[in-house]
Design a protein around this ligand. Structure first.
Ligand code: ADP
Ligand code: G6P
Length: 472
């Protein structure tokens, strides 16, 4: 077994299974910001990524991807159902997002969660060289830090939660709250998107485990666990480079033409998830059409909603409701060749997505709750022309950084309608000033800055970062 000095552990591997037209299966690097940011760092280490390759059955043996070793962990049908769709996405996901859908509890799901976390911990223990740095990601794997420390006390372990960490009143609902907290506290550094989340975590450590805790440190046994906020970001430079490509500019012009050269284009890009506030946004838009404040010929809404977690009932129900509402709005307000909403459920490549961002006069990002929301940051990075108004929910982590966005409370329908109108009617000089300030922020706080700040906090001696030098 080859071992590495840096190991990233995440539920998903950073590669996708692409099936060619001739049926041949090919593994390709997935385009996520995390992957591109960590890539130079991982390659120099050299690093291993431990994760699930999708599907069920035996774990595939995967080739290295650009020098990064892929170590796949298998999930059975029962694991997929009880761990991924069950405890991770029907218990934790809704609870951590303000319980906007009802969290479901089943004892069998907890057993699967423990079993799968143990499997990930064992796989990581095998591939980590003595004293290695291990970075565990997200809510699917909250027990891994504790389980891994028991197996390999020599390792330096980091944990980062990409989603919100809820206030104590909500977290206390979890039947296994103490075990989940203890699992995370197996890490040397626990990172969150926002300072409020670190505060919630510290309060729970006191309340549930009676540990001495501040918003920066928690004393556990004979160790000190550091906690803090490390807001994740995107590859700003890559997005800006894409946005300035002539073919992307040409594609944006073509898209505007194909949309009927409307006065204004509103765009939303979401995974089809009940946390994203898609239904509230559609309702606000439909009322603006009904009130006559917005006219179909002048304004169009493009809603991209790529299906997600499709075997989970709450996601199936949401998709049905969204599609019924889009149909109703188009039936009521559209004209032949002029729909009120252009509704797309397809995945797009980065260039097409960037062209869409460049066409959007108003980008409506209005989740009910979101850990960060990278779409908001991608839109800002793509607006190299400093045009475009970002309408952003106060309940997205991104709002803490992008304070110059037009901020709204998506639970307040009147406020949401007013926010849309304000963004649509904003003075171009005001729009430009806000966009410029947000672009400057993202230029300084890109994904490399995020990885560097987290890893240098984890690796107190800085030995890994020093070794990696410029690559870090
Ligand atoms: P979440 O992590 O909840 O899915 P984010 O907004 O943080 O929400 O991240 C979503 C990511 O998925 C972004 O990088 C976005 O560009 C990408 N994405 C969303 N919809 C599509 C789509 N239809 N095609 C391709 N990429 C998409
Ligand atoms: C969110 C989570 C990620 C997850 C992603 C896509 O961003 O924080 O951990 O990978 O959604 O969801 P999926 O269930 O398809 O992995």
């Amino acid at each position: 077994m080859r071992q590495s000095s840096l190991v990233v552990v995440a539920n998903r591997l950073p590669i996708d299974d692409n099936t060619a037209p001739d049926g041949a299966c090919e593994w390709r690097r997935s385009p996520g910001g995390l992957v591109s940011a960590l890539h130079p760092l991982l390659r120099a280490a050299p690093a291993t990524w431990v994760g699930w390759a999708g599907g069920t059955g035996p774990a595939p043996v995967l080739p290295d991807v650009d020098g990064v070793r892929m170590h796949s962990v298998p999930l059975s049908q029962a694991d997929l159902h009880d761990h991924y769709e069950g405890f991770a996405n029907s218990t934790l996901w809704p609870l951590y997002h303000d319980a906007v859908e009802q969290p479901v509890h089943h004892r069998r799901w907890w057993e699967a969660y423990q079993r799968v976390n143990q499997r990930f911990a064992e796989a990581t223990a095998e591939v980590a060289e003595p004293g290695a740095l291990v970075w565990v990601q997200d809510y699917h794997l909250q027990l891994v830090p504790g389980l891994l420390r028991a197996l390999r006390p020599d390792l330096r372990i980091g944990f980062f939660l990409h989603v919100p960490f809820p206030p104590p009143e909500l977290f206390m609902q979890l039947p296994r709250r103490a075990e989940l907290l203890r699992g995370m506290l197996g890490a040397d550094l626990v990172g969150f998107q926002r300072a409020q989340a670190a505060h919630n975590f510290a309060q729970l450590a006191v309340k549930v485990l009676q540990l001495p805790a501040t918003d920066r440190r928690i004393a556990v046994d004979d160790r000190v666990v550091r906690i803090g906020a490390f807001p994740v970001s995107i590859d700003t430079a890559e997005m800006a480079a894409l946005a300035t490509r002539p073919d992307v500019a040409a594609r944006a012009a073509r898209l505007r033409h194909d949309l009927g050269n409307p006065g204004q284009v509103i765009l939303s890009v979401d995974r089809m998830d009940y946390t994203k506030g898609i239904e509230q946004r559609l309702k606000a838009y439909s009322e603006l059409l009904a009130d006559g404040h917005v006219k179909v010929r002048d304004t169009v809404l493009v809603q991209v909603a790529v299906p997600s977690r499709e075997r989970v009932g709450q996601y199936q129900d949401l998709r049905e409701r969204v599609e019924r509402e889009v149909g109703r709005i188009n039936g009521e307000f559209g004209r032949v060749g002029e729909p009120a909403i252009h509704y797309l459920t397809q995945p797009f490549d980065r260039a097409e997505l960037t062209a869409l961002y460049r066409v959007a006069d108003v980008m409506a990002v209005t989740p009910l709750r979101d850990g960060m929301n990278l779409v908001a940051k991608e839109y800002v990075a793509a607006r190299v022309d400093d045009a475009g108004a970002l309408l952003l929910s106060e309940f997205a982590g991104a709002a803490a950084e992008l304070s110059q966005a037009y901020l709204v409370n998506p639970h307040d329908l009147e406020g949401l309608k007013q926010g849309l109108l304000t963004a649509l009617r904003a003075d171009p000089a005001d729009v430009r000033e806000r966009m410029r300030a947000m672009r400057e922020h993202l230029h300084r706080h890109d994904i490399r800055a995020w990885a560097r700040s987290y890893l240098s906090a984890l690796d107190e001696s800085d030995s890994l970062l020093t070794r990696l030098g410029a690559n870090a």
